[in-house]
Unconditional design. Structure first.
Length: 396
């Protein structure tokens, strides 16, 4: 099941060059299970054609206020009835001005005026238009009316200039919509977490590390943001984009990870240790590259600090969640960790399933027992872990 299964959106497209990005946004929404009804303005149809959107959404595209397909000829009322939100992307300066002034001179503006559902606008325009006092006034008044504004971003513009006014990318708008529709059981809660592997240098080009893609931790950070939490993520080296809204502190070694965690832990209500921290590091890291010789090489390793155990042993510890990736005897090791490190919750998985891939199958262990979750995509597993965490925090 996609993360937007059962959600319904109206996607409005007005006349800006950025209209091409809305096709990709539509594809992402449909892929995630959402039902999307596209409304194209007359100017929008100068940039993109209805055929593309009809094919991507699997539904006819609406353009005309007088479309006889709607019951009672009232497309502006009918379309908005069951949707979760209207997103207009791109929203031109002219369209925003019309919404700000309550105009209803085409289907999309009429739909916006007659709506009872949330309206989100993704502005897209040239820098001067965005900075013009008239646009500033219009943005202020739609915001005062409760309209959400997504972006714009700064960057290269179609007119050849560089500046503020670029529409957000399809992925960014997708994330904003997912965040918008999710319940917020963690609103106001601050979470500190670790993710990824650590890398313990032997010399400038070699090191000791653990296999960890960081995918589970990053999916969890994203799900925490969706649930309304504030997230500080201390991350070892991974090749993943930082989820929108997450404050990421990039580190390399376990000692750096520990220092960053200790810097942030005072403010955290919850600490989630997902990182695969290397248990040992070389006693010394060489400044210059070790040269090869025919002899055997001895590498002396010393233990790293256990970051999670140290946080959990503080006088007033945050709610501590550990992860246990084991190759066998998961129940035994995970329950042992819960007790030994004095944690509130442990999320266990067998490495044969979770390592590196997009799916995971986990069991949550807490004082109430063992709670297996169905095998699923890491993002949906993360959402289920967050739901469990939110319930546990609410019950405290
Ligand atoms: O002790 P073990 O590595 O089996 O426990 C795993 C859990 O402890 C994970 O949550 C991991 O992030 C955390 N951990 C840590 N610091 C270490 C080792 C593990 O925070 N040095």
């Amino acid at each position: 099941m996609g993360e937007l299964q059962g959600r319904k959106f109206i996607l409005g497209i007005t006349g800006g060059v950025a209209a091409y990005k809305s096709a990709e946004l539509l594809r992402l929404l449909v892929k995630a299970g959402a039902e999307v009804q596209v409304v194209l303005t007359e100017a929008g149809a100068r940039f993109v054609t209805a055929v593309t959107y009809q094919a991507l959404s699997g539904r006819p595209v609406w353009t005309d206020l007088w479309d006889p397909r709607a019951d009672n000829n009232m497309a502006h009322i009918e379309l908005g009835r069951e949707a979760d939100a209207i997103l207009v992307a791109p929203a031109t300066a002219d369209f925003i001005a019309r919404v700000a002034n309550g105009l209803a001179n085409d289907l999309l503006t009429t739909l916006c005026l007659a709506r009872e559902l949330p309206l989100l606008l993704a502005p897209a325009m040239n820098r001067q238009m965005w900075e013009n006092p008239a646009t500033r006034r219009n943005i202020d008044s739609v915001v005062a009316d409760g309209v959400g504004i997504l972006g714009p971003a700064a960057g290269d513009q179609a007119c050849g200039e560089v500046g503020m006014g670029r529409m957000l990318e399809a992925e960014e708008l997708y994330e904003a919509l997912v965040t918008f529709v999710q319940p917020k059981p963690l609103a106001g809660r601050r979470v500190l977490m670790t993710a990824g592997p650590t890398f313990e240098a032997i010399d400038p080009v070699r090191g000791v590390t653990n296999l960890s893609s960081g995918k589970m931790g990053y999916a969890l950070a994203r799900a925490l943001i969706h649930a309304g939490a504030t997230v500080d993520l201390v991350s070892g080296p991974v090749a993943l984009p930082v989820p929108a809204g997450v404050a990421c502190i990039a580190v390399r070694s376990a000692l750096e990870m520990r220092a960053a965690v200790m810097d942030h832990v005072d403010r955290a209500e919850v600490f989630i240790a997902v990182a695969a921290v290397a248990d040992y590091r070389p006693r010394e890291s060489q400044t210059h590259k070790l040269k090869k010789s025919g002899d055997a090489l001895q590498l002396e390793l010393v233990p790293n600090p256990d970051i999670l155990a140290e946080v959990a042993a503080r006088p007033q510890p945050p709610f501590c969640v550990g992860f246990a990736a084991e190759s066998r005897d998961l129940d035994r090791y995970a329950l042992h960790k819960l007790e030994a490190k004095r944690l509130q919750m442990v999320v266990g998985n067998l490495v044969q399933i979770g390592l590196g891939g997009d799916d995971n199958e986990v069991v949550i262990y807490d004082r109430a027992g063992r709670h297996p979750l169905a095998r699923d995509d890491k993002h949906r597993v993360a959402a289920a872990i967050v739901a469990h965490l939110a319930a546990a925090l609410a019950a405290r």
